[in-house]
Design a protein around this ligand. Structure first.
Ligand code: SF4
Length: 322
């Protein structure tokens, strides 16, 4: 297969969308599947060495969100979280202090799309001094313009998690053009962009995934991820179910091989199978989360910092500090 030849010869940047889709169509019971896993793992070991990363994220608010994503527990039309509310600055700072008792790398704050962005700037200013010197600080919020991107940077944020989701504008109420404008603002402000192919469900064609993987390749991402959709009871897409662990592993492998992130590759939710394909970064999560009905995901789906390091250690990945 010509697409495989391009991977083997380091020409992933020349793969067309059709060729990426062809790679994604590899049968997970075939030898070619294991070849993808082998190539992806080899690339990660060569680019990342044995360096693993754990990122930590706090969800700031649990409130009905007007973007109404059909997969999210906080969509306003089908809100299924067990409570509503927003954390105070004091509570967030206390949670950060608790998290910082364990070693982790980049720190993320997440809100629903309509959370007041001025408030996020204020929270950023309060949290920044609690982080280690040089620790990256990432905003995971709704769409914003260049002015807000610069204000987030001035408040101490070093990056932003922002993506054009699968079926954006169909399964969500945000148009891809809006996402693209925010991605440009992030770039122009000099914030680091964290990217992900998500939320992948059984209904997505390989071509749809390939288009988003090619988009990520063009954005030159340092920290990349792939996430399968967690079917949350009560959300409109719940009945569609989820893709299998081998399928997710294959998508992780192709994404890693095509995007070639320079620092880390992640998978949501963590599966050991995906770590075989060169995943070297996992998340610890606290608070409300689109993939959970429990507003304290750390007591439910969310990994804690120690569990994330433990899973990475099983695959030989160690923190940079060790
Ligand atoms: S995924 Fe984010 S933007 Fe979509 S409904 Fe949930 S909180 Fe809002």
């Amino acid at each position: 297969m010509e697409a495989f030849e391009k991977l083997i010869h380091g020409q992933a940047d020349t793969l067309t969308v059709d060729e990426i889709a062809e790679l994604l169509g590899t049968d997970t019971r075939s030898d070619a599947f294991y070849e993808l896993v082998r190539l992806s793992n080899r690339q990660s070991r060569s680019r990342f060495g044995d360096h693993g990363y754990v990122f930590a994220q706090i969800g700031i608010n649990a409130q009905p969100c007007p973007v109404n994503c059909k997969f999210c527990s906080m969509g306003a039309g089908h809100y299924v979280l067990d409570m509503q509310g927003a954390k105070s600055v004091e509570t967030i700072c206390e949670e950060v202090r608790l998290l910082e008792r364990d070693y982790f790398d980049d720190f993320f704050l997440m809100t629903t799309a309509n959370y007041p962005q001025e408030q996020m700037v204020e929270i950023g200013r309060a949290v920044k001094p609690l982080l280690r010197s040089g620790q990256r600080f990432v905003a995971n919020i709704g769409d914003f313009d260049l002015d807000m991107a610069l204000r987030l940077k001035e408040a101490g944020f070093t990056g932003a998690y922002h993506i054009n989701r699968l079926r954006e504008g169909t399964d969500t109420l945000v148009k891809p053009e809006q996402r693209e404008a925010t991605l440009r603002a992030i770039n122009e402000a000099g914030l680091e962009l964290y990217y992900c192919i998500e939320p992948i469900g059984p209904e997505h064609s390989y071509r749809e995934l390939a288009v988003e993987i090619a988009r990520a390749r063009d954005l030159h991402i340092a920290v990349m991820a792939a996430m399968r959709r967690t079917p949350v009871p009560g959300t409109p897409l719940y009945s569609l179910g989820q893709i299998s662990a081998p399928e997710l592993t294959k998508i992780v492998a192709v994404t890693n091989l095509v995007v070639r992130p320079s620092r880390a590759m992640n998978v949501h939710e963590p599966t050991q199978a995906a770590l075989l394909a060169g995943v070297n970064q996992l998340y610890a999560e606290v608070g409300a989360n689109p993939r959970d009905t429990d507003s304290h995901t750390e007591q439910s789906r969310g990994f804690n910092i120690q569990a994330a390091w433990q899973m990475l250690a099983e695959f030989g990945y160690q923190p940079l500090s060790s």
